[in-house]
Design a protein around this ligand. Structure first.
Ligand code: ADP
Ligand code: MG
Ligand code: MG
Length: 509
């Protein structure tokens, strides 16, 4: 991209409307789509006709430092190994969970499910992770080399891999067909649009687990996507389903609430999970359960839902993720990894999980930003001072042990929020420094309306990993494409599903 031209280029009203039409058609033709938000459906009768709308998307790929992109992709396999290691280390996880269990009912319930299965004995040794490590760019001053700082690491329902491939494809298409026609041209060669195989990458992880699973030979094997119903982000999941079905793998969508009626466990010592929906006679043996739900309390409205989770956990199916893998993704774990040790000479916590060289451990630690506990340790007491101080709290975000967006408390809202809950609950939160990436401009198309201005980009790198949870041995470990999500710089949260973010892709600078 030439620095003399403004980016993104300014558009005449005609150009803008032509570009929007092109984007609307391309996105629907290629499934860069979501179910429409309820507010857009004028009457309930429309539900049958309006099935899809363009997912929020940027009109141009956002500039992203190449050095940061390479850094994030380059360390993904080490991150996969790290989290496979954490998920295989029950003792470590117990230590973390025990700190929050009495005040966080959801984490406590998950832990209970794990303990029940442990007592009976896990039959499946393999665990699958479809991970996504999220980052923002950090640059101390404009002269400094930009680096990535990790926002969080997702171990359950890491979404948008299906749509992300399509967002990259859209921008590539526009760079060939639409951008060259603009008055203030962007020379095609000035855009550096990296390949993005997130769809195939994630499907490859699922396929590997499917083929590793040893079936009882009585039934054909299948993969189950355990989903929410209704699900606005269904097309993202469909892209992965289609990838698998092209390889002749039977895939079924089962909603969390249907689990108990459509699956059962054999009475063999293996405890195979069978899938037998009432509307067809064939029975399948479930090789892999891929969770696209079950990550938050809302998915467990009653005892039945917890029974369903237990049924899956105690079965022989390979879980993506297992309970321990889900817990490894808790923000409390991220904080424990990132909180500096008292003495610099002490070995890194990461060494416990990684066989890698110290250089690799260092490359992971470089992506950590300051995260503090809010407990009664010296670091926690220090953090409590920051979190309750009107001025100091402005550089921080407070996070509970939750997933899926919309759960955090930002900046000046922190002291008031903490005052509204009992002190005894504070320790279930972590306090994290806010990352402020250098300013970027873009235009976001959301529900037919264009928003223009300063944006904040969050890069996610996918990883797939299959490991033996009994021994910690890793059988499959791959980096699996990327996601760029972009939100207006006035918005605190960035989840596309939560309604604030948009799909994007990188032009490397
Ligand atoms: P969730 O698991 O709910 O997605 P995140 O930790 O990713 O939780 O937080 C949600 C959003 O909040 C992120 O996508 C990002 O936009 C914003 N956010 C979280 N942590 C930070 C941070 N340290 N600095 C800046 N923004 C953050
Ligand atoms: Mg998350
Ligand atoms: Mg997130």
């Amino acid at each position: 991209m030439s620095s003399s031209q403004p980016y993104p280029p300014s558009l005449t009203p005609t150009e803008l409307s032509r570009l929007i039409t092109t984007i609307k058609d391309h996105t629907i033709a290629h499934g860069l789509a979501v179910r429409p938000p309820p507010s857009l459906i004028a009457s309930s009768s429309d539900l049958n006709t309006i099935l899809a709308t363009t997912a929020p998307v940027t009109l141009f790929p956002s500039p992203f430092p190449r050095i940061c992109f390479d850094q994030a992709k380059g360390i993904q396999k080490a991150y996969n190994e790290l989290y496979a290691g954490i998920a295989s280390d029950e003792e470590f996880l117990r230590g973390v969970v025990e700190e929050i269990i009495e005040v966080d009912e959801f984490i406590a319930e998950l832990w209970q499910v794990h303990l029940k299965v442990k007592e009976e004995g896990y039959t499946q040794k393999f665990s699958l992770g479809l991970f996504r490590s999220d980052y923002m760019v950090h640059q101390s001053s404009s002269d400094d080399i930009p680096v990535i700082k990790q926002v969080e690491f997702n171990t359950i329902a890491s979404s948008f891999g299906g749509l992300s491939t399509q967002a990259s494809a859209l921008h590539k298409y526009l760079s060939h067909v639409s951008y060259p026609l603009l008055q203030s041209q962007i020379p095609i060669r000035s855009l550096a649009l990296p390949e993005n195989n997130s769809s195939i990458g994630l499907a490859t992880g699922l396929k590997f687990a499917y083929h590793t699973y040893i079936a009882s030979q009585k039934h054909e094997k299948c993969i189950i996507f355990l989903v929410q119903d209704p699900e606005r982000n269904i097309f993202d999941q469909r892209h992965l389903e289609y990838e698998l079905q092209q390889s002749a793998i039977p895939v079924f969508r089962v909603s969390f609430t249907e689990t108990l009626s459509q699956t059962s466990i054999t009475d063999t010592s293996k405890r195979e999970l069978l899938y037998h929906p009432s509307n067809f006679s064939k029975v399948f043996e479930v090789a892999v359960v891929y969770f696209r739900s079950g990550y938050g309390p809302d998915d467990y409205p009653d005892e039945k839902a917890w029974k369903a989770r237990l049924q899956i956990e105690r079965s022989n199916a390979i879980k993506c993720p297992s309970i321990l893998t889900q817990l490894a993704g808790a923000k409390k774990v991220q904080q424990v990894l990132a909180t500096p040790k008292g003495l610099a000479s002490e070995p890194s916590v990461l060494a416990r999980f990684l066989k890698s060289s110290s250089a690799e451990i260092e490359s992971l630690e470089k992506t950590f930003t300051n995260i503090f506990p809010l407990d009664e340790t010296p670091a926690g007491l220090e953090a409590r001072k920051i979190a309750t101080d009107k001025a100091l709290c402005n550089g921080y975000v407070l996070k509970p042990q939750r997933e899926g967006g919309g759960n955090n408390i930002y900046r000046s809202a922190i002291p008031k929020f903490l005052a509204s809950i009992p002190d005894s609950h504070w320790k279930s939160y972590i306090l994290m420094e806010i990352i402020t990436p250098p300013p970027v401009q873009n235009l976001i198309l959301r529900n037919g309306v264009v928003e223009k201005g300063g944006v904040i980009c969050e890069l996610g790198v996918y990883g797939t990993c299959l490991w033996d949870a009994f021994t910690g041995d890793v059988l499959h470990n791959e980096e699996a494409g990327y996601l760029l999500r972009t939100k207006g710089d006035k918005s605190e949260e960035g989840g596309v599903a939560a309604g604030f973010g948009s799909m994007d892709s990188c032009t490397l600078v």
